[in-house]
Design a protein around this ligand. Structure first.
Ligand SMILES: NC(=O)c1ccc[n+]([C@@H]2O[C@H](COP(=O)([O-])OP(=O)(O)OC[C@H]3O[C@@H](n4cnc5c(N)ncnc54)[C@H](O)[C@@H]3O)[C@@H](O)[C@H]2O)c1
Length: 275
């Protein structure tokens, strides 16, 4: 079983050093060596690059892309080296080419239809969110067990009963199931999805799901994200009070302007934490 809640280890299987000091995995190790945290950042780069493409920006330097994505440029270059993209010295990266490489790596060259299960507050929000189809994840099916919801369209899609998960998922070629039920029903819903052949599960319910080895689960927990934010706020206020205590107020403003970008990097996934 793989529950993708944890952020993966950063080190690939084998590495070499590029001329500019970036550690690069051997080509044969690239696909299997991409750490979980780097995969998450590739998705961020893709979103940023899509914005550049919409503005008809054709090339981008690693520094520009790093700033826009909120990472430091060494980490960005290392992440892109995992997919065999090193850019051209003095020019940077071709936006369209890099988008294609990241999409292939993330398996986004085909659409993934999504089923949402549990059409309450969160399920309604997911079903109505317009951002999924444009990123290649159309919501194609909705399930609940509340009789009052049966057949009611949400975001243009009628709600079906969970008993119909196998038929509807097969008919609509669903590959991702997003579970937005209370914790109590989540494992049963997950089992139904797995029996219907769904191999990717996005779990919003506060419970650890048991799934077969071939099924990939990602757990989304906004409370955990808020705890991470809280950690950074607490650390910052501790740093400020230490700095005040040591009489360093006079050069505090200058320090915050020149502070190395690494000082703001989230230790969990390498993203720069915005104040
Ligand atoms: N991960 C996060 O960051 C996050 C944020 C908010 C809510 N949640 C979680 O999302 C879930 C839904 O929250 P909500 O506020 O939308 O709840 P809600 O009570 O508004 O909706 C739950 C829906 O699930 C349906 N349901 C219950 N048991 C079911 C089953 N076995 N099969 C199918 N449908 C079933 C109910 O009929 C209802 O429509 C909860 O588990 C909550 O803890 C997670």
């Amino acid at each position: 079983m793989r529950d993708g809640d944890a952020h993966g280890a950063e080190e690939p299987a084998s590495e070499q050093q590029s001329s500019d000091g970036v550690t690069i995995p051997e080509p044969q190790d690239r696909a299997k060596a991409i750490p979980e945290a780097a995969v998450a950042r590739l998705a961020v780069y893709l979103r940023v690059l899509s914005g550049f493409a919409e503005q008809e920006v054709h090339t981008v330097s690693s520094e520009e892309l790093a700033v826009a994505a909120g990472v430091n440029s060494a980490k960005l270059r290392k992440d892109l080296s995992y997919i065999g993209s090193y850019g051209t010295r003095g020019v940077g990266y071709e936006v369209a080419v890099l988008i294609g490489q990241i999409e292939r790596t993330l398996g986004l060259t085909q659409q993934h239809s999504v089923a949402v299960i549990g059409i309450g507050n969160l399920g309604h929000a997911l079903a109505n969110y317009g951002g999924f189809p444009s990123r290649g994840f159309p919501v194609a099916a909705l399930f609940d067990l509340d009789p009052d919801l049966m057949g009611v369209p949400v975001g243009g899609i009628p709600v079906d009963h969970v008993d119909d998960i196998p038929r509807v998922c097969a008919e609509r070629d669903v590959t991702i199931g997003a579970i937005a039920t209370p914790a109590k029903g989540a494992q049963d819903v997950c089992d139904r999805l797995v029996q219907a052949g769904v191999r990717c599960v996005l779990n919003f319910a506060p419970v650890v799901l048991q799934v077969p080895e071939e099924v990939e689960v990602r757990k989304v927990d906004l409370a955990v994200e808020m705890q991470i934010l809280s950690f950074h706020v607490a650390r910052r206020s501790q740093e400020t009070s230490e700095s005040t205590a040591s009489g360093a107020e006079a050069d505090g403003a200058a320090q915050s302007k020149t502070r190395d970008v690494n000082a703001g990097v989230n230790p969990v996934d390498g993203m720069v934490v915005r104040p």
